[in-house]
Design a protein around this ligand. Structure first.
Ligand code: 13P
Ligand code: ZN
Length: 274
């Protein structure tokens, strides 16, 4: 391999960013994405990587992802440009052997730094790596309009959002059986919002930031993108139903729980309790 851009997962990452842009989830520089490289992917890239920055603090100590490599979007970089100029808008970073500092090893050729939400991304990676025995590798953050709109219309509570979104599409509880977490409005880009999100991400694969956007986590780019797509589609249906005067039918709790057996999922029925 002669170029980082030849690696399959790098191509997939760029494609996921562009699909997200096409969905309208990433106005201007809105949103950010990260992928924790597999050891064999990092090994394949290693000859093409070299230090491009000083070591910088991530503001957290994350020993279980120490020494790992991540593909990350750049801060302030426009999603619409990622497909055309990935080397100017993305970077690859490595964490030090304590999991406290990062260094840029590729990308951001025009200058720049990784996303301002790096603390939230890395803390989520750390927690999900532990909780899934290393399976989860992707964190996506974006600003999908209907999901954000619902944060002005529903109580900012996990159960209220889970119920309101689950019951809009029968497949929702199958796709995210734990439900959705909600973080109240906080200053973005901060360690505080990273810690608040980290608390929720232990339980959920999707966490909504009030009046801002959503974070989704998953095993690979397709499933994480699919999770965000499913939630945003259900939020859109919810908004349409609310705009038309509200629902006159609903899927009952019993109907939702009846999905567990046939689809072999452990839907958390307590999310439907008042
Ligand atoms: P960055 O451009 O720093 O990634 O920030 C975008 C964003 O969505 C902040 O929440
Ligand atoms: Zn954002």
């Amino acid at each position: 391999m002669e170029n980082v851009l030849e690696l399959k997962v790098v191509k997939e990452f760029i494609d996921a960013c562009h699909q997200s842009w096409l969905k309208g989830w990433n106005e201007r520089n809105g949103g950010n994405m990260s992928y924790r490289l597999k050891p064999e992917e990092a090994a394949a890239l290693l000859p093409l990587l070299q230090p491009k920055s000083e070591w910088k603090s991530i503001g957290l100590s994350l020993p279980n992802i120490a020494g790992e490599y991540f593909i990350v979007t750049g801060s302030g970089k426009y999603y619409k440009n990622i497909l055309r100029e990935p080397e100017n808008n993305l970077c690859i970073v490595k964490l030090d052997d304590k999991g406290e500092n990062y260094q840029i090893l590729w990308g951001l050729d025009n200058g720049g730094v990784p996303t301002s939400e790096l603390p939230t991304h890395l803390l989520n990676h750390s927690i999900k790596k532990e909780k899934t025995n290393g399976r989860y590798r992707v964190i996506m953050h974006a600003h999908p309009a209907n999901t954000v709109a619902l944060t002005f219309l529903l109580p900012l509570e996990d159960k209220a959002f889970t119920h309101a979104i689950w019951e809009m599409i029968t497949e929702c509880p199958i796709v995210f059986p734990a439900g959705i977490g909600v973080v109240p409005w906080m200053v973005c880009g901060s360690t505080d919002i990273a810690l608040a999100t980290g608390e929720k991400i232990r339980q959920f694969d999707a966490v909504i930031w009030a009046h801002h956007g959503i974070f989704c986590c998953g095993e690979d780019l397709d499933s994480t993108f699919g999770l965000m797509d499913t939630i945003e589609k259900a939020a859109e249906i919810r908004i349409k139903v609310m705009s038309c005067g509200g629902a006159i039918h609903a899927i009952t709790k019993e109907q939702i729980m009846a999905l567990c057996g046939p689809f072999k999922v452990d839907i958390d029925g307590t999310m439907l309790d008042d």
